[in-house]
Design a protein around this ligand. Structure first.
Ligand code: SF4
Length: 227
């Protein structure tokens, strides 16, 4: 049986909430483009050395999510850790950027591609979890690694997530668990033919832009209704 290629964005959303993926797919392509502020945050990931040299006043004017002092400390500590492991330079000066990868099952844009070994980097405009990466981002990263691996006919064991608004960079291994999460999301997207059940993790509904369509009463909606 042949399948059409699934987009990275659908996989990421399906891993977050299958129902959200259903709603997202009803939107026109233009409405699925990230807002301009996302691009300006992602651009920070091309300027780390410059940001480390910037004055605190200049840093405050950047789209960072923590204070300039905290940002500088965090980014400097990220650089120390990654320099020691010989990854800093390859992350700052990747082999390629904004690569459209087409794999056997999925396709989408990879923000940076590192060489020797070949590894994908995704840049998140959001906040990192306390440790590791969010599951939806892990699924996206595995998808990017699989697409690149398919194109280049090599194995890829690791992917990276950058959170430039926070000065944080994390790597993730493509473990059995992560691969299983990816396969589950792929199955969900392929089998979507009506709105699936709502997520049981209601904390995910608070920031969801489809809460009203979905019929979930978030705190924001509840407080509006009380007025
Ligand atoms: S409101 Fe909650 S259940 Fe509904 S689509 Fe969004 S995340 Fe999923």
């Amino acid at each position: 049986m042949t399948h059409t290629l699934v987009s990275f964005s659908d996989l990421r959303t399906a891993a977050y909430c299958p129902r959200k993926c259903y709603y997202q797919r009803t939107l026109p392509d233009e409405a699925r483009e990230p807002p301009p502020e996302v691009e300006s945050i992602r651009a920070l990931a091309t300027r780390y050395e410059e940001l480390l040299e910037a004055s605190l006043d200049d840093l405050e004017r950047e789209p960072i999510a923590v204070s300039a002092v905290r940002y500088r400390e965090r980014l400097a500590s990220t650089r120390r850790r990654l320099e020691a492991a010989e990854h800093w330079e390859r992350l700052c000066d990747p082999d390629d950027r904004a690569v459209f990868a087409v794999g056997r099952h999925c396709r989408g844009s990879v923000h940076k591609v590192l060489a020797d070994p070949l590894e994908p980097v995704l840049i998140s405009a959001g906040q990192p979890p306390d440790t590791g990466v969010w599951e939806s981002q892990s699924v996206h990263a595995v998808a990017a690694a699989k697409a690149l691996a398919w194109q280049h006919r090599v194995r890829i064991e690791r992917a990276w997530l950058e959170y430039p608004a926070y000065g944080v960079i994390r790597s993730l291994e493509l473990t059995t668990r992560r691969n299983a999460q990816y396969r589950r999301a792929l199955r969900v997207v392929r089998e979507l033919n009506g709105p699936p059940a709502r997520t049981t993790k209601r904390s995910k509904c608070e920031p969801c832009e489809f809460a009203a369509d979905c019929g979930v009463k978030t705190r924001t909606l509840r407080s509006l209704l009380k007025r």
